[in-house]
Design a protein around this ligand. Structure first.
Ligand code: ZN
Length: 262
């Protein structure tokens, strides 16, 4: 609770620094990717696909903020992954998530992996719906009340869950952030689903806001750059999926690997 209050407080502080809410919720930013267009790909489950069930947003409201975390569905080799779910009291976005699954012909019981990027309430709270999923958060697998360590808590910073899906330790926003990295996706090459390590495409161009409330800003910056340089597209914690541009790669000081049209 203390962490969350600090989180809210820091957002309020940052809001004074010319925060433009429209940048965080502009529907036109979805032009790169429309989950409905990819429905057939999702259903055949042969290729590797990433799409957002919930497009996260972040809006100032009276005395606070409205936080909606992104929730994503990923498929690889017939395995289904959910990354993040709405907070426990957010029935509106719970419905959005469930309708997104229904439109793809997916039952919650079919989900194989539930990944929580970090422990802020706008990114978890509905995981209990995925009754057959392996539940991964930080460096732990959680089953009932049992927490057992995964390679991320043992001796690795990354490991494969399926042939094209990796889980990376990417701390900085909190001490336990993880990111899902999907390689060889049908639409978009390598896609990183990063939670609040990156809030939106605008956050890549100007990180003042997110750095002001990152628990470990120096480590966050390092992991942001690592993810940006490794990816073609990014699903951020509070905005639509976006393409990594040459400008973003330059900001992240990537070595080589510029795109052809960035
Ligand atoms: Zn967060």
């Amino acid at each position: 609770m203390t962490t969350f209050i600090l989180f809210i407080g820091l957002f309020c502080l940052a809001e004074a620094q010319s925060f433009n809410s429209n940048q965080w919720s502009n529907p036109s930013m979805n032009r790169f990717y429309n989950p409905q267009n990819n429905q057939n790909n999702q259903n055949n489950q042969r290729g590797t696909n990433v799409s957002q069930l919930i497009v996260g947003s972040l809006m100032p409201i009276a005395n606070g903020f409205d936080f909606v975390g992104s929730s994503s569905i990923i498929t690889d080799n017939g395995q289904l992954f959910i990354v993040d779910t709405p907070n426990s009291g957010d029935t509106k976005n719970l419905n959005v998530m469930m309708q997104g699954l229904q439109s793809r012909g997916i039952q919650p019981s079919q989900i194989n992996y539930l990944i929580t990027t970090h422990g802020h309430p706008d990114h978890f709270g509905q995981g209990h719906l995925f009754t057959n999923a392996k539940n991964l958060m930080g460096g732990f697998e959680i089953a009932g009340s049992a927490f057992t360590t995964t390679p991320l808590r043992q001796d690795k910073d990354a490991y494969n869950l399926t042939p094209n899906i990796e889980l990376w330790n990417t701390p900085g926003h909190t001490a336990q952030d993880v990111s899902l990295i999907a390689h060889n996706t049908v639409c978009c090459g390598t896609v990183a689903v990063v939670g609040d390590l990156i809030l939106s495409d605008q956050d890549v161009l100007n990180s003042t806001l997110s750095m002001s409330f990152a628990q470990e800003p120096v480590i966050a910056k390092m992991n942001r750059n690592r993810v940006i340089c490794a990816s073609d597209y990014i699903v951020p914690g509070h905005g639509p999926m976006f393409r990594v541009t040459d400008q973003m790669r330059q900001i992240a000081q990537c070595q080589g690997r510029l795109s052809t049209d960035g």
